[in-house]
Design a protein around this ligand. Sequence first.
Ligand SMILES: C[S@@+](CC[C@H](N)C(=O)[O-])C[C@H]1O[C@@H](n2cnc3c(N)ncnc32)[C@H](O)[C@@H]1O
Length: 363
Amino acid sequence: MDQSSNGNGKSELYYAQLHLYKHIYSFISSMALKSAVELGIADVIHNHGKPMTLNQLASSLKLHPSKISVLHRFMRLLTHNGFFAAIKKKTGGDQEEETTYYALTPPSKLLVRGASTCLASFTDRYPLCMDMWHSSKKWFTEDKDLSLFESANGDNFWNMLNKDPESHKWMSLFQEAMEADSQMFKLALKDCKHVFEGLETLVDVGGGTGVVAKLIQEAFPDIKCTVLDQPKVVGNLTGNKNLNFVGGDMFKSIPHADAVLLKWVLHDWNDELALKILKNSKEAISGKGKDGKVIIIDILIDETSDDHDLTELQLNFDMLMLTVFNGKERGKKEWEKLIYDAGFSSYKITPICDFKSLIEVYP
Ligand SMILES: C[S@@+](CC[C@H](N)C(=O)[O-])C[C@H]1O[C@@H](n2cnc3c(N)ncnc32)[C@H](O)[C@@H]1O
């Protein structure tokens, strides 16, 4: 085979192999991160209050002494991937010897359990969501509009979560991960306060355990918020004077309000079902006439972006939504079509935290 060379003298074949291996083995970086979270490495360094040596780390983690060299290799990868910083200090009288101290970095600070914003629960892997990938070939040959999850496991994600005691644990983990992500909304809220100004009532549809509603209330104490979610999620939750939890089904009806918030909800559903939610949202704000609005917070894929990593992350989320929920992340044209098909007249996009966008939709 004729292999062309690039300017650096390295063959195309070399880069092709590198590219393939990088993607084939990228799951290892992901699983090493999961192991670090399970071990509680970020927690131990955080609790120590200052950077730690490998031996201090191994001892605090109560590892078997035979695993110190294993820990070293994990830390080497995790440090390379930006989760820890390795600080080298000269030690010993002659200052010839160096000792490495491991410190937290901004991403691992987000893994410290108990911190106000902890995203550690996102590293939990629901086994049914991993194992299903072995059935993807079968899924591609089926003439059924099922998610890969449903094709492999015989039922959809929400039913499986609600079904048995083992899955209950995953429902809690799922809600924990959603709550953690919602805490990040605090940052976004600072930049988009104007979106909520002047509202008297708001219903957070698929609002989970109410983390976002509470953050909105902190910033706007006079807004009366209703959180609509599945009875299993909100059944035991109690609100306050201005916060009300309602167990229901957004496909049937949505309580009336000045505004409907749909944060990380529409991406769980295909166009047909997302349209149903949007139409019900339009009905819910109808009492406010032209002053009502629907506020969507979701990913807006921009394949033309120069930020390759960001687009890759958004496309990975699209795969996640497709395979687990038969849902989708949408680009601008897809959002526009959905919004106009639901009968709205205009919309305004505000990017928040790069990763997601806020779309105000008007009747
Ligand atoms: C991806 S989560 C998003 C949660 C929250 N909005 C957030 O941003 O953290 C989707 C939510 O939709 C809820 N949900 C699913 N089906 C629903 C239905 N038919 N009616 C109301 N809520 C539903 C789920 O229980 C879950 O809390």
